[in-house]
Design a binder for this molecule. Structure first.
Ligand SMILES: [Zn+2]
Length: 321
């Protein structure tokens, strides 16, 4: 597998006309940012096909695909500044792995394996909102900045002022990883909580009860407990349990969404999810079960899980470095 190395870091340094400290309009936080908005969009668009392929393509059921897309497109309208104008795309991947992630510039992905564990639309909005939060908070851009400054020092950033005409394609492996290692898609603990925070904001603005973000954490916890040590010690050492995220979500509910329970405009939309999504998700599961030959399904699912890339944005708890 290709890891993040000094060579792409230095190459990237040469194309940093946008490098500088900016106050992000979604978070209000000052960040060191190295890629321009155009670079982010280009990077996301060039990395997207590789990611979709790695996860087995899109779900074939067009109603499911459009259901996810419509919820995402509604949520993104409530993002800050010029973010609603990004070329957003919301992709439902035909993978049993439980995962969700986002690329810069508005490309959001969720696996069918995660969606099938949901019971209401607000949970779906919670996952998409969290990923939208990674985009609007420019976490990949920030992570690239961190990686570069870690390796070459902050002072060297001032040197990079030449705009490269080259495609962003050569940086795709850095972002995605040849085997889905996804160094830059593994966010730190604070970035994960920030994405939760923004996700809850977009949920509430779209009419979803932000408590569903807590339900998403319960879904992820249950999935991890079921998997046990199946992902191996490496996974367990780099992905500890999400106490920090849960604590901060609980704090948000207590301090920001105090009256959410009595607010009639906030809903979980359980009926809509059960009517539109559930039968279709069950039909796909049943079809896969038939194709796998029934009793070997558990083993086949485990094999599929182990064979899949582990970017695990949604489960990522701690900084990886
Ligand atoms: Zn995340």
């Amino acid at each position: 597998m290709r890891a993040f190395t000094l060579v792409p870091a230095l190459a990237l340094l040469l194309m940093l006309p946008a490098a500088g400290c900016r106050t992000n309009e979604a978070t209000g936080r000052s960040q060191l940012i190295v890629l321009s908005a155009e670079d982010e969009i280009r990077l996301g668009e060039e990395a997207m096909p590789e990611l979709v392929k790695e996860y087995g393509g899109e779900v074939s059921d067009s109603v499911l695909r459009e259901y996810v897309r419509d919820i995402g497109m509604n949520l993104k309208q409530y993002t800050e500044a010029k973010n609603p104008e990004l070329p957003w795309q919301f992709t439902l991947l035909d993978s049993d792995v439980i995962n969700a992630f986002a690329l810069p510039g508005g490309k959001v992905f969720m696996s069918r394996g995660l969606m099938t564990r949901m019971t209401n639309e607000a949970q779906l909005a919670g996952v998409l909102g969290h990923e939208i939060g990674h985009v609007t908070a420019q976490h990949v851009n920030e992570r690239i900045s961190q990686a570069i400054t870690l390796q070459v020092g902050v002072g060297a950033l001032a040197v990079g002022t030449r705009k490269s005409e080259n495609s962003m394609a050569r940086y795709v492996p850095v972002i995605v990883g040849a085997t889905g290692q996804g160094f830059l898609l593994k966010f730190g603990r604070d970035q994960e909580s920030e994405a939760d925070h923004l996700g809850m904001r977009y949920m509430a603005r779209s009419g979803y009860h932000p408590r569903a973000q807590m339900q998403v954490m319960q879904i992820l916890n249950e999935a991890m407990e079921e998997a046990g040590g199946a992902r191996g010690p490496e996974f367990l050492s780099t992905h500890p349990y999400p106490e920090t995220r849960i604590a901060r979500i609980r704090e948000n509910l207590r301090t920001i969404y105090t009256n959410a329970d009595s607010n009639p405009s906030l809903s979980y939309h359980e009926e809509r999810f059960q009517r539109i999504a559930r039968p279709r998700l069950d039909a796909i599961e049943a079809e896969k079960r038939r194709a796998m030959g029934g009793e070997n399904r558990e083993e086949a699912l485990l094999a599929a899980l182990l064979a899949q890339p582990q970017t695990w944005c949604a489960l990522c708890r701690e900084a990886q470095q």
